[in-house]
Design a protein around this ligand. Structure first.
Ligand code: F6P
Length: 287
């Protein structure tokens, strides 16, 4: 059953990749539910995922960053719910940087504890897909078929620092943490696309990606269902950790992301993804 969902996501990826190679990146007059301006390709990618996924018996409903509500199927006997961000990083697509799609597959309910598989697609120099279940499998598309390149596994400690958010709004605790990593020899890697930035960390064996509470956005920016939960699941399965908070981390403290409960499907949360060593440094810095 789960296999049919992965297959549908792979087919969607090939279609979206084709569109990205040929389309212009014009904005529409519309904004999505969170107020982001929509590109034509955001809407097209959303429709492709919806069409492929809602066609499956196994799927009861879907939820997208581009839709205001959950879309349920009539009279479905399926148990799976799929949440997706159809085109993440659309603000950098016009610079021809890599962008991606992110998905999470939930059993019966859209909550972190019900996540049973997740992954993402990278539209880069080549088309790649990562799927986390018991472990984290990395595929690329040859033009004819998806080839498995093996598992992604994080080292205990990495070398990359990917700090998100506007620096002038960072807290002092956060500034000290980020600076301490650079002083320790970590190198800056940040494109502004969650998929390529986290994919780089996973491919290079680890480091830290952070999108903290800031004074202008105490709840962070990245969306729980479409971005944060799927990547938390992937990082844990790859041997790393993911921590965050509901609300401002400076008041709430940091917890395991997959233990957090959200109140609404478009909720965002501050988050940290990394190898075990870097996450222990985050915990210490935010204590
Ligand atoms: O969700 C949108 C997004 O583009 C992510 O892909 C990315 O990690 C983040 O925003 C970048 O935000 P900022 O430019 O504020 O660092």
């Amino acid at each position: 059953m789960l296999y049919s969902i992965i297959d549908a996501l792979q087919q969607s990826a090939v279609c979206i990749n084709d569109i990205l190679k040929k389309c212009n990146f014009d904005y529409l007059d519309s904004v999505n539910i969170t107020g982001d301006s929509q590109l034509g390709v955001d809407v097209e990618a959303n429709n492709i995922f919806k069409e492929f996924l809602l066609d499956l018996d196994a799927v009861r409903g879907v939820c997208s960053e581009e839709e205001s509500d959950i879309v349920y199927k009539q009279d479905s006997s399926g148990v799976y719910l799929v949440a997706f961000d159809p085109l993440d990083g659309s603000s950098i697509v016009s610079s021809n940087l890599s962008v991606g799609s992110i998905f999470g597959i939930y059993n019966k309910e859209f909550s972190a504890k019900n996540l049973i598989a997740s992954g993402y697609i990278v539209y880069g120099p080549r088309l790649e897909m990562v799927v986390a279940q018991d472990n984290v499998n990395h595929y690329f598309y040859s033009g004819e078929e998806w080839k498995n390149m093996g598992s992604l596994i994080l080292n205990n400690k990495g070398k990359i620092n990917s700090p998100g958010g506007t620096q002038k709004y960072w807290s002092t605790k956060h500034k000290i943490l980020i600076e301490s990593l650079f002083l320790d020899g970590y190198r800056l890697r940040y494109s502004g696309g969650m998929v390529p930035d986290l994919h780089n960390l996973l491919c290079k064996g680890g480091g830290l990606f952070s999108y903290p509470s800031t004074s202008d956005a105490p709840n962070g920016k990245l969306r729980a269902l479409f971005e944060v939960f799927p990547f938390a699941f992937i990082f844990e399965k790859a041997g790393g950790e993911a921590i965050g908070s509901i609300g401002d981390s400076l008041h709430e403290g940091l917890s395991r992301i997959l233990d957090l409960n959200i109140d609404s499907i478009h909720q965002s949360l501050p988050c940290f993804f990394g190898s075990k060593d870097e996450i222990s440094k985050v915990k210490l810095a935010y204590k």
